[in-house]
Design a protein around this ligand. Structure first.
Ligand SMILES: [Zn+2]
Length: 435
């Protein structure tokens, strides 16, 4: 029999500093957007116990001993989610330079730095698409979970899988320059299966496959498909056998359509998206999602040279920028659910919310953009049971902004309050009751 609850109750009767209410917090704000697209709640209260939300309403009883955080005129939202980050990448360092001039420790330390910056920007969950040095993301995820390093919850790709000469080939240098620690190439369905299994053995959460050429790599153009139909299907079949998902980096239509047919979870970038691809995504019945990254083009055009991106790659980015915009416009017009992502470190870490501005520029309504970065992204990750909405039972991952993001989405650029798992990481907004 467990006597601890009784002992605890007895001690509470004796000491006035009873900690029965330990970990109980009540948040108050003028307004709340719950992440699921319904009308905002105003005024709003959220009850938190430990790391979870236990109540949401306009008027909630404040339990005795609970700490009240009064956010005044602010608007509460669920912690934001970015589906495409590279937290271990340092902005301004090309991944090829990282491999020949740094060690995995460089990626780990900057990863910890970037994780904190991303959390401060209001992003409490990320799906991380891999590191130049494989598996550093696995260690960062675990260090954050263990409380050693502040950062968002991470779902990690480990070692992204590329074809030889493909967008993720770490050996695309002189044949005399070897980067032997990076073994992420696959050139047949069998080799793809091997890479998938190896990733899961080394504790990756999902598979990232480079289905087409890339903007920031040598070799083939972004439009070119770099894995065969059979290879992409092999990755999905094997990952699904493990109960995990595949995300593909895909710019060109061949890679996009083959990947939708193979049943991948996300088409990341999706630059050349056309009406047929949109129809295929719609008929996939929420199995496969389009996850664009629009702000990258703005950043590369504006400051690519200072960020040490080669001229040829800046030109590539400029060449597909308008095509990306057009694909996004089509997707909005078709009412397609669109995942939210940024590809940081291609953009500076912490500027993730600038993606909202790009999406607004191309016609997306603020509420749709917010749903995308919260409940929809959670659904895409398969984490709808724990994050992405302000609702009882979910992790207490909440942010607040001073201005109303439904009136102007720019409000999300200035996140003044961040709580993750019931712990406050940032607070420039509250008028705290005396403790
Ligand atoms: Zn990326």
């Amino acid at each position: 029999m467990n006597l601890r609850p009784f002992l605890f109750a007895a001690l509470c009767a004796v000491f006035s500093t009873c900690s029965f209410a330990a970990g109980k917090v009540v948040l108050k704000a003028a307004k709340l957007i719950d992440g699921r697209g319904g009308a905002p709640l105003a005024p709003a209260m959220v009850a938190v116990e430990g790391d979870r939300i236990v109540g949401v309403g306009s008027q909630l009883p404040v339990p005795e001993g609970a700490k009240v955080i009064d956010l005044g005129d602010a608007t509460l939202l669920p912690g934001l989610i970015d589906l495409h980050t590279h937290l271990c990448g340092k902005y301004g360092v090309h991944w090829e330079d990282e491999l020949v001039k740094t060690t995995p420790a460089f990626s780990a330390l900057w990863g910890a730095h970037n994780a904190r910056i991303t959390l401060d920007a209001g992003f409490t969950t990320v799906r991380d698409m891999g590191t130049a040095w494989p598996y550093v993301d696995v260690e960062l995820r675990d260090a954050i979970e263990a409380g050693a390093v502040p950062g968002p919850r991470m779902m990690v790709a480990g070692s992204y899988v590329s074809s030889t000469g493909g967008a993720g080939d770490a050996q695309q240098f002189s044949p005399y320059v070897l980067v032997p620690s990076v073994d992420n190439l696959a050139d047949s369905p069998q080799e793809v299966v091997k890479q998938v299994r190896k990733n899961f053995k080394h504790r990756a959460d999902f598979i990232k496959l480079l289905a087409t050429g890339a903007v920031l790599s040598k070799g083939q153009a972004p439009a070119a498909q770099q894995f065969s139909d059979e290879e992409i299907l092999a990755a999905v079949t094997e990952a699904n056998r493990w109960g995990r998902q595949v995300a593909v980096h895909a710019h060109g239509l061949g890679g996009i359509k083959t990947s939708i047919r193979a049943g991948v979870r996300t088409i990341d970038h999706g630059s050349y998206l056309d009406d047929e691809a949109i129809r295929m995504l719609q008929t996939s019945n929420r199995k496969t999602f389009y996850v664009p990254t629009l702000y990258t083009s703005t950043v590369i055009a504006r400051q690519g040279r200072e960020a040490n991106i080669p001229e040829s790659e800046i030109m590539r980015s400029k060449a597909i920028s308008a095509i990306k915009d057009e694909g996004f416009r089509r997707a909005v017009a078709a009412g397609l659910p669109i995942g939210f992502a940024t590809d940081s470190a291609v953009i500076p870490h912490g500027e993730n919310a600038h993606e909202f501005l790009e999406r607004a520029r191309l016609g997306e309504k603020p509420m749709d953009a917010i749903v995308s970065a919260t409940s929809l992204n959670a659904e895409i990750m398969g984490w709808g049971d724990r994050v992405g909405a302000i609702a009882p039972g979910k992790f207490a991952d909440l942010i607040a902004v001073a201005a109303d993001p439904l009136a102007d989405i720019k409000a999300l650029l200035d996140v003044g309050f961040v709580m993750k798992g019931g712990r406050v990481w940032k607070d420039r907004l509250s008028r705290r009751a005396p403790e």
